[in-house]
Design a protein. Structure first.
Length: 315
């Protein structure tokens, strides 16, 4: 009799869990249907100014999930939500990170925020399904936690990519300036020298920025404005110093090859100074694990004797 009662209790528990899952799916479907009904017009993917400039300079148009007919409806809804979010500072910061990361697929901040929301919703649904299957209950907090984690991971991914790309630009800049100054010393103009060094390894971050600089100049932008745009795309102190020096040299009539060579020498000296500072800091930080190792060896060797002395004698 007791076994039958336990079996019935287990069946009722799992039936209740299945019913909760069915209700959750129906609720999610009803909310999605309501949103689709409100935003019933088909999603449009408009060309951003960055994509228009890329197409004008010979690049192919992007083919991302936004152009996928399967995901386009939900992404259009999320894109509308991200457009209506009143977060100017967050969107401005995201725009800076996207530009510093090389404008992947020429995403706008709203588009990348929509992708982040999609990632968060996907992770939230996965965690919710796992929670419902294991506990038989529905939890809104689990869904929200997955949404926040997915959103944070997407933002962290683009921030990490931007920081790595800026570090690569910092490493490549002194050597590129040396090559430009040598080419100019051989009789080439500034744009010809840049075009020469970007012919090889055109996938490197600095060469991509130089190609964008040349494309802007060819499209009619003044050299000063194109250089300032370069400093905005790569918000580094070294790049900003370089742009200021080049603009000042053009205004004062100073030989540009000499200025670039001096900038390259200065950047190498700064890099050496940063390396020496990091080495000095590392030598101090390494003392802590060394002291811990020494303490561990001392306690291992003299530990038994110390224990005997504490307990009342050596013998």
């Amino acid at each position: 009799m007791m076994d039958n009662v336990n079996i019935l209790a287990d069946v009722a528990f799992w039936a209740g869990g299945v019913w909760d899952v069915v209700l959750s799916v129906l609720l999610f479907g009803a909310v999605g249907a309501g949103i689709v009904a409100v935003f019933s017009q088909p999603g449009r993917v408009e060309l951003s100014p960055q994509r228009q400039a890329a197409i004008a300079t010979g690049h192919e148009d992007r083919k991302t999930v936004f152009e996928n007919p399967i995901f386009r409806p939900i992404l259009w809804i999320l894109l509308s939500v991200s457009h209506h979010l009143n977060l100017p500072r967050a969107k401005g910061y995201l725009r800076q990170q996207l530009i510093a990361a090389g404008s992947p697929n020429y995403y706008t901040p709203e588009e990348y925020l929509a992708l982040s929301l999609l990632a968060g919703l996907g992770l939230g649904l996965v965690l919710e399904v796992i929670y419902v299957v294991t506990t038989g209950q529905f939890s809104v907090s689990t869904l929200l936690m997955g949404l926040v984690i997915g959103l944070a991971l997407s933002i962290y991914q683009i921030v990490d990519k931007a920081s790595k790309r800026l570090r690569d630009i910092t490493k490549q800049l002194p050597y590129a300036l040396d090559l430009v100054s040598l080419a100019m010393g051989a009789g080439a103009t500034f744009t010809e020298a840049l075009r020469t060094i970007t012919r090889e390894n055109d996938e490197e971050a600095l060469n991509v920025e130089f190609k964008a600089l040349l494309a802007e100049i060819e499209l009619g932008t003044t050299r000063q404005q194109a250089l300032q745009n370069l400093a905005r795309r790569a918000p580094l102190t070294s790049v900003q110093s370089l742009v200021a020096s080049v603009i000042q040299a053009e205004q004062l009539g100073t030989p540009l090859a000499t200025v670039l060579h001096d900038q390259a020498t200065l950047l190498r000296m700064q890099r050496s100074a940063r390396a020496e500072n990091k080495a000095a800091v590392a030598s101090v930080r390494v003392l802590v694990p060394c002291l811990l190792l020494v303490a561990a060896v001392i306690f291992t060797v003299f530990g038994p004797a110390i224990i005997r002395i504490v307990r009342g004698g050596m013998f």
